[in-house]
Structure formats: C-alpha cells, structure tokens
Design a protein around this ligand. Structure first.
Ligand SMILES: [Zn+2]
Length: 193
C-alpha cells in the first residue's frame, strides 16, 4: 500500500466498519479515536491498538482538534493496558506500513518476560506470524475486551480544547494561549476595551 491508499481499500477502515470485528475486539469508540484489542491471533493478551477514526497516516495529518486530544487518548488507553494486564510499562509504537492509517500499538511490557523487552517484541511478533510462537489464549483476549469495556471512560479518550479547561483546570490565560497556539480561538470582532 502507498500513503495515498484510498479509504475504500484501507484495512483499518474496513475493520472499523466490520460488525464481527467490532463485536469481538472493540473496547471504545469516540468521534476521533477507536480503541480495540489486537485481533486473534494476538501476540500478547492486552496488546491494544488506538486508531484514528479518520483515514489519516499519522500525527503529520492531525487537525488541531486531533492534535489536542491525542495525548489524553494515548494516556488513557495506556493506563487501561496497565490496569488490564498489571504490566510494568506500556510501549507505544506506530509504523503505519501494514495500512497507512494511524493505529498505535500499545504493548504491555512485563518485567518478568524478556520477550516483551524493547525490540524483542518485534521478534515475538514475527515468531507468531511464522507459527513459531503460540498466540495469546482467545478466551483471555475476550475476557480482557469485556473488562476493558467496563473500565474505559469515553470522555477520557477524547478531550478537546473545549472540554480541557474543566478536566485539567487551566486558567483562562492558559486556555487562551492554547487556543491561540492551535488557531482554535473563535474568530470574532476585535474587542473594544
Ligand atoms: Zn483507513
């Protein structure tokens, strides 16, 4: 696939529209982001993917609203991986080569499992594809998806500049600076003091 692959031929867009895939793996969906478990065969239980809902290749193509919301979404999704798996850390990796549509791999790093350390996860991924390693138990994946759905809070996956003020207690001055930086401030007539 090339970076200009149209939406109609994008594997990630098709997954988002596929009822069976949604029923089996989707944990949460907002109008910007979609959080799902890695489909079976899954390399690790708790290996989640955070996708852009829009067909876009990565942060280079973010709108201002997506750029502001992304950090909150990644943090919340990473916290969910840790809550579901008890892992020590959560890796975040995005290539976008399998499909040129942003899908961030959120990978549970278990301190007790050297196969999950740094680039060893790439070896783990390849070993699974080559049939040299067993996939995560599909029942365990189903259980994690169910627990994830119970725990996830949609509003924490998606926070725009409009709602950020309430959640992180920005001052009016800080909020004004963010809106200026992102060009989101409503264009209106100049105020007359
Ligand atoms: Zn797509």
């Amino acid at each position: 696939m090339t970076p200009t692959t149209p939406r109609s031929r994008c594997g990630i867009c098709r997954l988002h529209d596929d009822a069976a895939n949604v029923a089996a793996y989707e944990i949460a969906r907002t109008d910007l982001w979609l959080l799902r478990h890695h489909p079976d065969p899954a390399p690790l239980a708790g290996w989640l993917l955070l996708d852009a809902r829009r067909h876009l290749s990565g942060p280079l193509a973010f709108s201002d609203r997506e750029a502001l919301s992304w950090g909150q979404a990644v943090r919340h999704a990473s916290q969910l991986v840790q809550q579901l798996t008890g892992c020590d850390r959560v890796y975040a990796i995005a290539f976008g080569e399998g499909a040129p549509h942003l899908h961030l791999h959120l990978i549970p790093r278990q301190g007790s499992d050297p196969h999950t350390a740094a680039w060893s996860v790439a070896d783990l991924y390849r070993a699974l594809a080559e049939g040299k390693r067993q996939a995560a138990d599909p029942q365990l994946v189903r259980d994690l998806v169910a627990r994830g759905r119970e725990r996830v809070e949609r509003h924490q996956l998606e926070t725009s500049a409009e709602t950020m003020k309430g959640t992180v207690e920005l001052s009016d001055k800080e909020m004004a600076e963010i809106l200026d930086l992102t060009g989101e401030r409503k264009k209106g007539p100049p105020s007359v003091a």
